[in-house]
Ligand binder design. Structure first.
Ligand code: NDP
Ligand code: 2IT
Length: 447
């Protein structure tokens, strides 16, 4: 078995040696999926995983735009169309200076498995740009988004590829992107998700990733006759996912004590209640400020510069910022402080060493492709509503989201339960996600 995995990874490394994040994501999948393939004749010898690590299409393009001082700026735009076996490519757009092909390929690869887990008909894709939205005016954001879409529009469509938000791309950016797509195509369609409510958006889509991450934590805790109620929760990030994860923890009776951004974290021992969370949402989404401003409004809280919140004692940790933000040392600190549950809101926030530490300690650990799938699942529900030209109520969408998160949890139990009864959610999510895509690829032949 080890030989099969090594040979496969050696080949992937040979082709993608300069892409560390992509290799990290592939390695995690290969280690759990190859043993499953070897045991199942229908998948064995078909090079399915080798086909899955090669994007169906990788698009890279120039984005030129003019900033407020009249300077011409040039950024690089991408769309990775990874796998369309079970539906149109689907996945977010990330605008962040660190964006490159490795990061987008890891995200697109994860997205294929995640979208499969949602039970909805969506293939996997991801895109974005090395554009940095921080400090840009609304007009600069608009000009950049319009320039970006003036190329992307020819590669996407409601039945081809449906982008959405990710880091640095929220409701404002989706609006500008949609406006340019509609103008160029002269079509009003569901080509993007995360749209505003009056122009095709779905209720609960903004909340869905964070809510889903907490629903998943609750399902994991229930397997141990535990729940979020009364638990102390540490959250990283202060963007879309972190904000609504915090909101759902409060709904379920937990106490949130941290939020963060790339400058550091705030610790509020008294708990970030609904009023304080409202302040954070206004600060981040309207004023576009920094999380350290929290302590000016709430002086009993502290700001810890340059650090991540994993040193704070908690029962539950929800990493909701970015990839590789929680390493082996952080994991060991969480464990020695008594943490019993980690549900990833971000994509691949835990390093390989951190995941091994959680598994060795046999705590509840959910990989992002399972626990943060609520966002893209609700994007799938937005696509359905667009096709039907109707809008479901908040309760209808939330009920469907809860049902999908429960299905994903059940699938992880089915494919991930070890002989000693421990649920390995990484193995469960990888195999369950793989089977559906692999079956579709086999049925469609070598294409
Ligand atoms: P936002 O842009 O809304 O927020 C990102 C947050 O993460 C900010 O607080 C940001 O801080 C912080 N962050 C970003 N980069 C870093 C870094 N290098 N180090 C420390 N903190 C960082 O993004 P989202 O909330 O939408 O996304 C967060 C994560 O969730 C990402 O991993 C994304 O892929 C994932 N995700 C998002 C989904 C969605 O629907 N939006 C769905 C599923 C997963 P700062 O302002 O300082 O950069
Ligand atoms: O990583 C993700 O799942 C997202 N950024 C959401 C993708 C989507 O299409 O809603």
């Amino acid at each position: 078995m080890k030989k099969n995995i090594k040979e496969f990874l050696d080949l992937v490394k040979l082709r993608n040696g300069h892409e560390p994040e992509f290799l990290q994501a592939v390695e995690e999948v290969a280690e759990t999926v190859i043993p499953y393939i070897v045991k199942h004749d229908i998948y064995y010898g078909k090079n399915i995983l080798l086909r899955m690590v090669e994007p169906e299409r990788l698009i890279s393009f120039r984005v030129s735009w003019v900033d407020d001082s009249g300077e011409i700026q040039v950024n690089r735009g991408y769309r990775i169309q990874m796998n369309s076996a079970i539906g149109p490519y689907k996945g977010g757009l990330r605008f962040h200076p660190t964006v490159n092909a490795s990061i987008l390929k890891f995200l697109a690869f994860e997205q294929v498995f995640k979208n499969s887990l949602t039970t909805l008909p969506m293939g996997g894709g991801k895109g974005g740009s090395d554009f940095d939205p921080k400090g840009k005016s609304d007009n600069e954001i608009m000009r950049f988004c319009h320039a970006f879409m003036s190329e992307l529009f020819r590669h996407i469509g409601p039945n081809t590829d449906v982008p959405a938000g990710d880091i640095g791309v929220g409701a404002r950016e989706i609006g500008f992107l949609f406006g340019m797509y509609k103008k160029l195509r002269n079509e009003f369609t569901g080509v993007l998700t995360g749209k505003g409510l009056s122009w095709g958006g779905s209720l609960i889509r903004p909340e869905a990733t964070g809510y889903g991450t907490v629903y998943f934590a609750e399902s994991m805790l229930n397997t141990k006759n535990e729940s979020v109620k009364g638990k102390t929760v540490v959250i990283s990030g202060s963007g879309n996912v972190a904000q609504f994860a915090a909101e759902k923890v409060l709904h379920l009776g937990g106490k949130v004590v941290t939020l963060s951004d790339s400058s550091g974290y705030i610790y509020d021992e008294e708990g970030i209640d609904e009023a304080k969370l409202k302040f954070v949402m206004e600060l981040k989404n309207v004023k576009r400020g920094r999380i350290n401003e929290y302590v000016n409004a709430y002086p009993n809280a502290t700001f810890v510069a340059g650090k991540t919140p994993w040193e704070v004692t908690c029962d539950i940790a929800l990493p909701c910022a970015t990839q590789n933000e929680l390493n082996k040392n952080n994991a060991e600190t969480l464990l020695s402080n008594g943490c019993i549950c980690v549900s990833e809101g971000a994509n691949m926030p835990s390093t390989k060493g951190a995941i091994a530490a959680f598994h060795d300690a046999k705590i509840l650990f959910a990989p992002g492709k399972a626990s943060n799938a609520g966002g893209v699942a609700t994007s799938g529900l937005e696509m359905s509503q667009n096709s039907l030209r109707i809008s479901w109520t908040r309760e209808e969408v939330d009920d469907r989201l809860k049902g999908i998160m429960k299905n994903i949890h059940d699938a992880c139990i089915e494919y991930g339960t070890e002989d000693d009864g421990y649920i390995n959610y990484v193995k469960g999510a990888n195999i369950a996600g793989f089977v559906k895509v692999a079956d579709a690829m086999l049925a469609q032949g070598i294409v």
